[in-house]
Design a protein around this ligand. Structure first.
Ligand SMILES: [Zn+2]
Length: 434
């Protein structure tokens, strides 16, 4: 590490659900093109291929067994709108923000998953919302932001969009640009979700997805302009990362509806969940099979044989059950459950126990997501990783990397090192002297 490298800055922009297949179009957009003129390639996600576990891998270099964020949502049987893993204190290993603080580097995060109540980030404006509405969302955001982050969150609170649910893209861009101009943190992570949202609601490659890319390109331009204004652009290595691709959804499976029919989820007179022996926690295209902590061996065997029946029954869209041990060995995945149900291609697992067990795309009652993720990481199109900056060799095509490698690369560029890591720096992209 040279002295120059020791003074380097890092800006990471996560374009949620951007895949490597999107690169040719993104290169036609001016600000994406600036970053893609550096090194780029595909990056394999960790399992499950959902947002919070992967964003945590990008700040810890660990898979879910190491960092503890095993899903987006906390397992909450019977709760209609569970809390997500918003709280940074749920992470079970050091993050790049912890390492930065120890090394005396200033840090910021905007909209980055699992950064609420962070003990290490100087300026944190995390991703958090309240489905009750815009004002409760602002309230939660104030509570979860760091004291200095709260100043920015309040200054730009009017830019949070609300169209039946939160829209943070405009807000996150304004906050990030303001932080860069005002505080010029040495390490900064920003999360932009618009491409992912457009894909979920309209499909993988639609005019709305194209529009989302064009909108996001403008936002990247604003953030890069703030870097220029701050006078830090020349010292900053800039990355684009993403967390997963998408798969078209063909059907939704409500495993908990079947568990309720089997008496393994108990409902009260109002149809609410009063207790449970087993519960399937939907994680997009896979479902985690949970047992009640006090369930005995008899219940466990009954649940496992029911799941075997599902896998054998062609009418039920579950093609495999992976016990926890095999997931730990194969994917570095672990959590408080028996194992993982893998749907047939394009099957979205839902937590809901009401209605029917199965909804198909041609079903007139189908009002659900059109594309989704959560599948095994090696399947379908991959996420993208791109970097440009003073330490990056331009024009390199990355031949292989994972999201944990990205975190290791970021640490390396800042002269930091994780005490334990599942990923290694992508040295292929570094200029010779780094
Ligand atoms: Zn995502």
């Amino acid at each position: 590490m040279t002295d120059a490298a020791a003074r380097r800055r890092l800006l990471v922009l996560s374009i949620d659900a951007m895949s490597v297949v999107d690169v040719p179009f993104a290169r036609t957009l001016p600000h994406f093109a600036r970053i893609l003129s550096g090194a780029w390639g595909s990056a394999e996600a960790i399992y499950p291929t959902v947002t919070y576990p992967n964003h945590t891998a990008q700040t810890t270099a660990r898979t879910a067994a190491g960092h503890g964020i095993y899903a987006n949502e906390k397992v909450s049987p019977g709760v209609r709108t569970p809390d997500w893993f918003w709280d940074a204190r749920d992470i079970t290993c050091p993050t790049i923000f912890d390492l930065a603080r120890e090394a005396g580097l200033t840090s910021a995060s905007v909209g980055w998953p699992v950064t609420g109540w962070s003990p290490s980030i100087d300026i944190a404006v995390p991703e958090i919302w309240d489905r009750a509405g815009l004002e409760p969302t602002r309230e939660r955001l104030r509570a979860a932001s760091s004291p200095r982050g709260r100043v920015y969150a309040e200054r730009h609170a009017g830019e949070i969009g609300w169209d039946r649910k939160h829209r943070f893209g405009r807000f996150n861009t304004a906050v990030a640009a303001d932080i860069l101009r005002t505080d010029a943190p040495e390490v900064m992570f920003v999360h932009i979700v618009d491409v992912d949202s457009a894909r979920h609601t309209t499909g993988r490659f639609t005019p709305q997805v194209r529009e989302a890319f064009e909108r996001v390109d403008g936002w990247i331009g604003e953030i890069l302009a703030a870097l220029e204004e701050a006078g830090t652009a020349e010292d900053t290595n800039v990355a684009i990362v993403s967390d997963h691709g998408h798969v078209e959804v063909g059907r939704c499976f409500r495993a908990n509806h079947v568990l309720a029919q089997e008496g393994l989820v108990q409902l009260d007179e109002a149809g609410e969940v009063s207790s449970f022996d087993a519960w399937v926690h939907g994680c997009g295209l896979t479902g985690q099979l949970h047992l009640h902590p006090e369930a005995g061996e008899e219940v466990r065997q009954r649940v496992l044989s029911l799941v075997e029946e599902w896998v054998a029954d062609p009418g039920i869209p579950v093609q495999a059950f992976h016990p926890l041990e095999s997931m730990r060995e194969g994917y570095g995945y672990s959590g408080p459950f028996l194992g993982v149900l893998e749907g047939t291609s394009g099957t979205n697992f839902q937590n809901t126990w009401e209605g029917r067990a199965l909804y198909g795309r041609f079903d007139p009652d189908y009002t659900f997501l059109l594309s989704q993720h959560g599948h095994l990481p090696e399947q379908d199109i991959q996420a993208v990783f791109a970097m440009t900056g003073p330490d990056i060799e331009p024009g390199v095509r990355i031949t292989r990397c994972t999201v944990t490698d990205e975190a290791a690369t970021f640490a390396h560029l800042l002269g930091l090192e994780f005490p334990e890591a599942d990923g290694t720096p992508v040295t292929q992209i570094l200029r010779a002297e780094v």
